[in-house]
Design a protein around this ligand. Structure first.
Ligand code: GUE
Length: 283
């Protein structure tokens, strides 16, 4: 058996068409959704991601502002920029690209973003809203994973979902979203004793570690659904995920590729969050 692909590019096209239509409707009421992206320093990977985000905005008819600052920018200067964007009525979403240079306290910067414009969903107010089921922005990567499961009509109720990784950006919010859909959720991490024993019990596996071959075919129950959040480079410099795709696709029922899986969905959900921020403001 070979798994079916959950195509993040195709699903993104579909969802972005809906975003475009809603952007057009908002524009007819005199509001153009606007996203501000702040990039500090010249991390080459960040340059690519940030360009993709700005391009996605343009494609859906949104307004976007890209601010590039030197790595030597002070924390106070960055906080002042965030404050200015908080008060800028043409901006509905603010994204400060991570990682930030070491002399800047990233959490402090995130908490300076108005929760109403926190389209990354990283602010503690957004995290608290997700945890309690209150309205708020969901982090784009796990939100995109949920949309991928929805796209295949997957019913999570009563299923066992295993999340590998416990970051604030992916692992923890992913677990909460799966829980909200009534899955039984296990979070595995670097301290987990027997990872394989856990993943073999899983109906859904989300790999979000940032390391190649974290999940191999022998660790997957036949028919499981596998979502690969990893964004790594292999020895030939090719983009690859956390999952041994070639092996696991022979065991799983559905699998997301890298590239063309969760990555484009992350950007799509950023568009959705920015649009919804503008819609909320419009009433
Ligand atoms: N404040 C903040 N918010 C983020 O959302 C954020 C961030 N910082 N820092 C970095 C990570 C990484 N990230 C990606 C998004 C899309 C792709 C993506 O579109 N990947 C393409 C391939 C891109 C390529 O060719 O390199 C794919 O998987 O098909 C990748 C990575 C967002 N991040």
């Amino acid at each position: 058996m070979t798994a079916q692909l959950i195509d993040g590019n195709a699903l993104s096209r579909h969802l972005r068409a809906d975003v475009s239509a809603r952007v057009t409707a908002l524009k007819s009421r005199g509001i153009t959704p606007g996203l501000a992206v702040i990039l500090v320093g010249d991390n080459p990977a960040s340059q690519v991601y940030v360009r993709n985000k700005v391009k996605a905005c343009e494609d859906t008819g949104m307004h976007s502002v890209l601010e590039r600052w030197p790595a030597t920018m002070s924390e106070a200067e960055l906080l002042a920029r965030v404050d200015a964007l908080n008060r800028d009525s043409s901006i509905h979403g603010i994204l400060v690209q991570l990682p930030l240079p070491g002399h800047i306290d990233a959490q402090k910067v995130i908490e300076a973003i108005s929760p109403a414009k926190d389209v990354d969903g990283f602010h503690i107010a957004s995290a608290g809203a997700l945890m309690t089921g209150m309205p708020g922005f969901w982090p784009c990567t796990p939100y995109g994973c949920m949309k991928m499961l929805e796209s295949i009509g997957y019913e999570l109720k009563g299923r066992h979902a295993v999340v590998i990784g416990r970051s604030n950006i992916v692992g923890k919010p992913m677990a909460l979203m799966l829980l909200q859909q009534n899955a039984t959720v296990t979070i595995c991490h670097s301290g987990t004793q027997n990872l394989k024993a856990m993943t073999l019990q899983a109906d859904v596996i989300v790999a979000a570690v940032g390391k190649r071959n974290v999940l191999t075919a022998d660790m997957v129950k036949p028919g499981a659904v596998v979502l690969d959040v990893g964004m790594n480079r292999n020895d030939e410099g090719k983009l690859c995920g956390d999952v041994d795709f070639e092996g696991v696709k022979e065991v799983a029922s559905w699998i997301t590729p890298v590239p063309g899986g969760v990555g484009p969905m992350t950007i799509t959900m950023l568009m959705v969050n920015t649009l919804e921020s503008a819609e909320r403001l419009a009433g």
